[in-house]
Design a protein around this ligand. Structure first.
Ligand SMILES: N[C@@H](CCC(=O)N[C@@H](CS)C(=O)NCC(=O)O)C(=O)O
Length: 223
């Protein structure tokens, strides 16, 4: 049985959780509190970087959400979340990477940085650029590759629905808004949707994680 280590508020965990559910794979959910349990030797033996998500398949431990999603596509290819057409496949991969390297870091900046106008402005511009790009890739009522969801939906679509919690409206991007609302109705999105209490808790705790991590890293015996 697959073991999935996750945290309910983790933007990175949710895409993997949705992929496992969409593929209807049996898996054991193991929740970390990220209150120090990620630094326990048992967990560091699974992921020496002390982060979730992690997937363990038959003692094979995979970390980094993008690598886990790639592994799932190769090992459990049905249903397949990567289109065959080369151009569409490349757009899906671009959206996945842009979400991880542009969108999520910009969202984390908006949550963590309160006193640096330039950083906040830049983060807002990054988010707008992402929304503009998605808007050009969508047709009304359809997914990125047509009728079927892809890793673009699973990665970007699991994150974008958090934007209203950061006071960023999707109404200037009507195709993205429709797309996001459609995804929100899927059973897998509903099953993984954090409650408003978890979101509030997340907004507070996510600010502290880098400081705790820096302290912990200094104290950590070298590996
Ligand atoms: N690049 C990693 C990022 C994973 C990540 O940063 N996870 C956060 C939760 S959202 C974490 O485990 N943080 C624990 C900590 O900072 O101590 C991925 O894509 O999986």
């Amino acid at each position: 049985m697959l073991k999935f280590y996750y945290q309910k508020f983790s933007l990175y965990s949710r895409s993997v959780w949705i992929a496992l559910l969409e593929k209807k794979l049996p898996f054991e959910l193991i929740e970390l509190a990220l209150d120090g349990d990620q630094w326990q030797p048992e967990f560091l033996a699974i992921n020496p970087f002390g982060r979730v998500p992690v997937l363990v398949d038959n003692n094979f431990s995979i970390f980094e959400s993008s690598s886990i999603l790639d592994y799932l596509e190769l090992q459990y290819p049905t249903p397949c979340f990567l289109p065959k057409d080369i151009k569409t496949l490349t757009i899906v991969r671009m959206i996945k990477m842009l979400t991880l390297h542009e969108l999520i870091p910009a969202m984390l900046t908006l949550i963590r940085v309160t006193n640096n106008k330039n950083a906040i402005e830049q983060a807002n511009q990054q988010i707008t650029a992402m929304l503009n790009f998605l808007e050009t890739q969508l047709d009304d009522g359809l997914y990125i590759a047509g009728d079927q969801i892809t890793l673009a939906e699973i990665v970007a679509g699991s994150v974008i629905i958090w934007l209203p919690d950061l006071n960023i409206t999707l109404s200037n991007h009507p195709k993205v808004e429709l797309w996001s609302n459609q995804l929100r109705q899927r059973p897998t999105w509903q099953e993984t949707q954090p409650s408003p209490e978890i979101i509030q808790d997340w907004l507070k705790r996510i600010q502290k994680l880098p400081k705790i991590r820096a302290r912990q890293w200094q104290q950590k015996p070298s590996i």
